[in-house]
Design a protein around this ligand. Structure first.
Ligand code: AHR
Length: 643
């Protein structure tokens, strides 16, 4: 096999555009540590997010009740059921009694026609594939209710096993009245085993009618943020040290119809003010609990730059004509209002709205993306639409970076968002995509990319493909300025995934990072701040002539430390001579971090969350000239310290 992979004794290679002959088989990576290629910004590695694969509802967003506003379906109260014990009789139906001052227009009506004090009757919600139960945990429940005049007595709330036999946490609400009112209680678990074979119930022993609206149950959130995010998933993301967050999509920004786009104004304020919307891009209803303020709060929590995408008149439905000309002006204004909302001071109209929502300080968003994947605009209106958005944004906010979501010829955007979804095989050529890229075009933002091997989350082959691709981005850091993988999340329960392959997987109670997650963490933790000039000779080739070794080198310009990343996609070790031309002496002792796996089909999962993780150890024998053997199927980061 080794024979098939090595080059012939006479090898042709390119250095600075010249074809040279090399008469040795030895692979040599030359690093010119003093020659900078480009700056690697803090925003080089970021995150991309949208409501897909139950990313927020049933994922990051801390809400545990599914279909809390009873809007998921028009005809039935999906995920809700009637529970009755003993001789209790009754039924549940969807109703629509107005609740003044709110956006709530759907409720669940419980009619109890016959009551039996020995048992209970009530409503149950099955959550997002169960309600997570953890020991010693405080949950916050809230709901709106009103009763018929003949209903007397109290309501019992519980998180319990699906058969109702084990109660994990409970609370009581007394004196529910005939007028709509919000009730809030806490439920505490004690020493219980973790489980999600559970449901949330509200029951009674009384006769009469109770209407329920916006029934919510919250788990503890990251930084105790109200209406906030699930802790474990936030901690996984924090581990990646992401520089920015691209939101709210993706297709979720656009949807299939104008009316179901991400309409930011309808995602603000108390959750009772949010009408919710049909996420028809990904075929499930969105609670809009993750609204514009929550995205920004998420950025604050993880110290990420927000990268806000604005709707630009193109919907996902390929048959629909994009909105153009004068008709586009209301959407341009919608975008300008949104920018004012996030960045305006408290004296501006929308800045004042933000201040009223509890955040007087502007968020100082710097990056605005116009649309999503506008290369799908077959009516060829993109240039004109982008021009209108660009001119409107730049004239009001000249300091903002405007990102185009497709190539544009009429204006020079600050960045062009380019997407790549690819197979492992394709990653081997894509790794060179930017080597010969035209340098006079807009800077590149790789706003969605992924090697789609494995599902629901990637396997190790996916991580190898991702790593090869990323070395190409780092090597070309003069033109590629930001990057983020997509999709970020998947709920791994059956029916949870709409798009393979994903970075972070979870169910109701736990979460894990895929091999691609750990690879990105490794790269992000060792990114340095400049990429430096390199070259390679005698790249090992497979029998089909595909390259087997990929690499990039970045530097911490303060300390002079070099980060050499090498991806060996072959099934045998590959050794290379590393030649470092530098003003500094490279020390013999450094650090190595390796991500590898026995089989490329291996992966992490809920059951084995850390089957594939990087290992770091001290290395000796490094220096300005050394030989290193890269393990079969491995991703290696060598941290080379300078004196
Ligand atoms: O990441 C999944 C989808 O892929 C995104 O929503 C869309 O932008 C792209 O086509």
């Amino acid at each position: 096999m080794k024979k098939a992979i090595c080059l012939s004794a006479i090898t042709l290679f390119l250095v600075g555009g010249n074809l040279l002959a090399q008469d040795t088989k030895k692979t040599v990576i030359t690093i010119n540590a003093n020659e900078k290629v480009g700056d690697i910004s803090q925003q080089f590695y970021g995150l991309m997010t949208e409501e897909i694969n139950y990313s927020y509802d049933g994922g990051l967003y801390g809400e545990l009740i599914r279909n809390r506003a009873f809007k998921d379906k028009v005809t039935e109260a999906e995920h809700w059921s009637l529970i009755k014990e003993g001789k209790n009789e009754g039924q549940i139906t969807l109703d629509s009694i107005e609740q003044k001052g709110t956006a709530l227009d759907r409720n669940l009506r419980l009619d109890i026609t016959s009551s039996d004090s020995k048992g209970r009757i009530g409503i149950a919600n099955d959550g997002f594939w169960g309600i997570p139960v953890w020991a010693n945990t405080k949950y916050t429940a809230s709901f709106y209710a009103k009763t018929s005049s003949d209903f007397k007595g109290e309501l019992s709330l519980a998180i319990e096993s699906n058969d109702g036999k084990t109660i994990f946490a409970k609370a009581q609400v007394i004196n529910v009245t005939g007028d709509w009112k919000k009730y809030t209680v806490t439920l505490n678990t004690g020493k219980v085993d973790t489980t999600s074979s559970t449901r949330f119930v509200i029951t009674t022993k009384n006769k009469g009618t109770v209407w329920f609206s916006l029934v919510s149950l919250f788990q503890p959130t990251y930084n105790n943020r109200p209406n906030g995010n699930r802790k474990d998933i936030m901690e996984l993301m924090a581990g990646m040290k992401p520089g920015f967050l691209r939101f709210p999509g993706g297709n979720y920004l656009q949807s299939n119809k104008i009316e179901t786009r991400f309409e930011w104004k309808k995602t603000l304020g108390d959750i009772s003010q949010r009408p919710t919307h049909d996420n028809n891009s990904w075929h499930y209803h969105s609670s809009d609990g993750m609204g514009l303020m929550e995205f920004l709060g998420w950025c604050e929590d993880l110290k990420m730059e927000p990268l806000l995408a604005v709707f630009d008149g193109l919907v996902l439905n390929r048959k629909a004509q994009p909105i153009t000309g004068d008709s586009l002006k209301i959407y341009i204004q919608e975008a300008l209002d949104e920018i004012e909302f996030v960045n305006g001071d408290v004296h501006t109209k929308w800045g004042a709205v933000r201040a009223k929502l509890g955040h007087p300080k502007p968020f100082s968003v710097k990056y605005i993306e116009v649309g999503n994947e506008d290369w799908f605009d077959k009516a060829k209106t993109w240039d004109a639409r982008f021009t209108m958005f660009y001119d409107a944004i730049k004239s009001k906010y000249p300091g903002l970076y405007v990102i185009s979501s497709a190539h544009v010829t009429t204006r020079m955007p600050d960045y062009e968002d380019i997407h790549h979804y690819f197979s492992f095989k394709k990653s081997l050529t894509l790794a060179h995509k930017y080597d010969n890229y035209i340098r006079t075009d807009a800077k590149v933002f790789e706003g969605e990319w992924a090697c789609r091997e494995g599902n629901p989350t990637t396997n190790f082959l996916g991580a190898l493909g991702d790593a090869a691709f990323l070395t190409g981005l780092e090597r070309n850091a003069d033109i590629v300025k930001m990057s983020c993988y997509a999709p970020l999340f998947v709920n791994v329960n059956p029916g949870g995934m709409q798009w393979k392959s994903n970075l972070i997987g979870y169910n109701a109670v736990s979460s894990y990072g895929s091999p691609s997650y750990y690879l990105q963490k490794m790269f992000s933790e060792n990114k340095g701040d400049v990429s430096v000039k390199t070259s390679i000779v005698n790249v090992p080739l497979a029998a089909d002539t595909t390259e087997q070794l990929f690499y990039s080198v970045t530097k911490d310009s303060k300390t002079g430390s070099l980060f050499l990343k090498v991806v060996n996609v072959s099934e045998i070790s590959q050794s290379a001579n590393i030649e470092i031309n530098s003003n500094s002496k490279i020390l013999a002792e450094g650090k190595v971090t390796i991500l590898t796996s026995e089989k490329v089909t291996d992966t992490n999962s809920l059951v084995e969350p850390k089957k594939i993780v990087p290992i770091t150890f001290n290395a000796k024998g490094l220096g300005n000239h050394f030989n290193y053997s890269f393990k079969p199927h491995s991703i290696t980061v060598l941290k080379l310290r300078a004196k």
